[in-house]
Write a protein that binds this ligand. Structure first.
Ligand code: PT1
Length: 267
């Protein structure tokens, strides 16, 4: 899953798709096409930055950032479009324009979001977050982070199923960097097989995140090698979808892992 940032305040490439304060659709489409050519099966489009400390965005602004781009990519590229949103109107309008996945860092907890997602008929990715982006990194605490995240995701999946989203259409995500200390993030990655055991596909997003900066002191633009390492480790521990900025490099890294898997003797 390639990340296409349509926010002027993205943590990794802050507003690189903006020209004179407006999203440049032609430029965004070129970036999208390059990620598809590099091997992305999905593109994730979000109009709200959810990095730590990010400010909320209004519905009209979010619609304006996301929907025209979804429409354009759906018309011109052969790729599954994921919309990174918690907003019912964005879910509805993106689905009407050709989106193929609802990726919600709030696991469809906003009023009306679960109903909008169910009505869309689309698959959903439910992510765990503690708090809101504005406050989530203020002293996060858990009794048992893996158990807490697993319980939350399982209960959200059950609610989705009850609302008419079948389990076959649900993906889970532990939410790396969302209300977690360095130790919490590491424990979630080490114990990822316990989340995979819930029986639903896992999506993992660690690309360029501050976990890497905290561990090895790299700035955002120096985090590619560590991001590739984390992508392979996540795949090895059961992740099915890797959310990343550097699609070509990540596909190469994952191809080495899948080649090794296919080489294993069958018994
Ligand atoms: C993610 C994710 C996402 N991450 C899903 N959607 C972001 N499903 C946006 C940092 O610590 O992992 N899964 N949508 C980006 N959010 C962050 C969080 C960016 C933390 C950076 C950090 O640096």
């Amino acid at each position: 899953m390639g990340i296409l940032n349509t926010t002027p305040d993205s943590f990794s490439d802050g507003g690189s798709l903006y020209r004179a304060g407006r999203l440049d659709l032609d430029n965004a489409l070129r970036r999208a096409a390059a990620m598809v050519a590099a091997g992305a099966a999905l593109l994730d489009i979000g109009g709200e930055s959810t990095r730590p400390g990010a400010a909320p965005v209004g519905e009209a602004e979010e619609l304006d950032r996301v929907v025209p781009l979804v429409e354009r990519i759906a018309a011109e590229l052969d790729v599954i479009i994921s919309v990174d949103t918690s907003t019912p109107a964005v879910i509805r309008e993106s689905a009407a324009c050709g989106a193929g996945l609802v990726n919600d860092v709030r696991a469809l907890q906003r009023p009306g979001a679960l109903e909008a997602a169910a009505a869309s008929g689309l698959p959903v990715c439910l992510m765990h977050m503690r708090g809101e982006p504005g406050n989530m990194q203020l002293d996060p605490q858990y009794a048992d982070v893996v158990a807490d995240v697993a319980d939350f995701l399982e209960s959200r999946a059950a609610l989705c199923a009850a609302a008419g989203i079948p389990r076959e259409k649900i993906v889970l995500d532990p939410g790396f960097g969302f209300g977690k200390s360095l130790q919490h993030n590491l424990e979630l990655l080490r114990e990822l097989p316990r989340l995979a055991a819930l029986g639903l596909p896992l999506l993992v997003g660690l690309s360029r995140k501050s976990v890497i900066g905290k561990l090895i002191g790299r700035e955002v633009h120096e985090r590619l090698p560590a991001s590739l390492s984390l992508a392979v480790l996540a795949a090895e521990r059961g992740a099915s979808i890797i959310r990343c900025h550097d699609v070509a490099e990540t596909c190469d890294a994952l191809a080495m892992y899948t080649a090794l898997l296919e080489q294993e003797p069958r018994r």
